[in-house]
Design a protein around this ligand. Structure first.
Ligand code: UD1
Length: 418
């Protein structure tokens, strides 16, 4: 297993953000809605993308992936199974359920199982598809779904923690081939859902309201192929923003859409940073000291849960006490114990974390537990005095394209060891 060895570093210069993993995955699943060729560009070369490629190949797609472009063609296959060994490694694979059901009338998709950020139910996915007329059974760890045809409905998709991104993706994709007009109420507003809707529209779908909590879809008999470029990864951009603050380093973050990061930029400004934006870049000048803030994670356009761990690092260095409230995944605090091993003073109670700013951190051996927690530990390693070893960095390879190369170009002292 690989590990990172990191020394205290100052960063400087420009970094280019890659295409969005979380936008790419449902868009790849959407290619199941057609037998025609699709070309998707701007796709990051990551482990999760390769997992989705394997799932689609198992479902009869022929895929070429070169220089960030996926060319997806169809072989004559009626396969409808996404098996456990692949689905368990990546929850996003569950969003092949909707398109498979809509196009092939049948789907057998493994239930994704638990994960370290807490329970990850799929009840909303199943509820939505049942309302569209699917017959769904859970048997031996698999979700078995069947429907001769899907019938449009008015579906309320809100759950205990608000909207669900991938449930919205699943129902949106399925409803493009349903009979009549589907209304998805309390739909997720995330930019990745807007991107999926844009791709579906290029395939011929009729959708309005994406990016709002009420999406309307007029079902079509069939969809065609499409060419598309995915949006830049807003979570990667936010991760570099957190690194800039934690290391007190000015940075220019290129190939990003600042409109997708409004809540994050607001928080960075409250922490004392100067953030300037133009259409595709962020220019960050960190403050001379970091002010404490309160952060509450919420569905978009709120502060993203996927940046909560990374922002805990600069907050650990702040002058004063900060509060983080996790309202999307209330158990997502695995990084707290590891940051405390580096000298942070964070206490947790339920969905709250109280962070007493300590001014500086020190290097230690720490263990990465999930993708975003791993990014937080890398940032902490750059900010800490001395040497930090981050073990189990395979999580990072799932979601950050060339992270260490990008950091090295900015002047980070970081190396990968086996
Ligand atoms: C997506 C993102 C993930 C991000 C999350 C929240 C991808 C590939 N992953 O995950 O990086 O952290 O959005 O922004 O895009 N819930 C239910 N029932 C369901 C589904 C979800 O109760 O059927 C709950 C979840 O437990 C959680 C909340 O809804 O508390 C939001 O989760 P959801 O938006 O579904 O996350 P994902 O779409 O899986």
């Amino acid at each position: 297993m690989d590990k990172f060895i990191i020394w205290n570093s100052s960063l400087k210069g420009e970094v280019e953000v890659s295409g969005s993993k979380n936008a790419s995955l449902p868009i790849m699943a959407a290619t199941l809605l057609t037998d025609e060729e699709c070309r998707i560009s701007g796709v990051p070369n990551l482990r999760d993308i390769h997992t989705m490629i394997k799932i689609l190949e198992g479902l009869g797609k022929e895929i070429k992936f070169q220089d960030g472009t996926l060319i997806v063609k169809s072989k004559k296959s009626r396969s409808y199974t996404a098996p456990y060994p692949l689905v368990r490694t990546m929850r996003a694979s569950f969003c092949v359920l909707g398109p498979l059901l809509a196009k092939r009338k049948k789907a057998k998709v493994s239930l994704p199982g638990g994960c370290v950020i807490g329970p990850r139910p799929v009840d909303l996915h199943i509820k939505g598809l049942r309302e569209l007329g699917a017959n769904i059974k859970i048997e031996r760890g698999y979700c078995l779904a069947e429907a001769k045809s899907l019938i449009a409905r008015h579906i309320f998709l809100g759950g205990e923690f608000g909207s669900s991104v991938l449930a919205t993706a699943n129902i949106l994709m399925a409803s493009t081939l349903a009979k009549g007009e589907t209304i998805i109420e309390s739909s997720a507003c995330e930019p990745e859902i807007v991107d999926l809707a844009s791709f579906l529209k290029k395939m011929g779908a009729e959708i309005i309201g994406e990016g709002t909590p009420l999406i309307r879809v007029r079902g079509k008999k069939s969809l065609g192929g499409a060419e598309f470029t995915v949006i830049p990864d807003r979570i990667e951009a936010g991760t570099f923003l957190a690194a800039s603050l934690a290391t007190y380093s000015p940075l220019t973050i290129k190939n990003t859409n600042p409109l997708h990061l409004t809540s994050v930029i607001e928080i960075a400004k409250k922490m004392g940073a100067s953030v300037k934006v133009n259409s595709f870049s962020l220019f960050i000048k960190p403050p001379s000291y970091i002010k404490p803030v309160s952060i509450t994670t919420l569905p978009y356009p709120g502060f993203p849960t996927d940046l909560q761990a990374q922002f805990m690092v600069p907050l650990s260095l702040a002058k004063g006490v900060s509060l983080v409230t996790e309202k999307v995944f209330p158990d997502r605090f695995m990084h707290v114990a590891e940051l405390n091993r580096m000298g942070a003073k964070i206490s947790r109670s339920g969905p709250y974390a109280i962070i007493e700013g300590v001014g500086s951190l020190y290097g230690a051996e720490v263990m990465a537990s999930d993708l975003r927690a791993s990014a937080a530990l890398v940032i902490a390693g750059l900010a800490a005095q001395g040497k930090t070893e981050v073990l189990r960095i395979y999580h990072l390879d799932r979601g950050y394209f060339h992270l260490e190369e990008k950091l090295k170009k900015l002047g980070a002292k970081i190396k990968r060891e086996r």
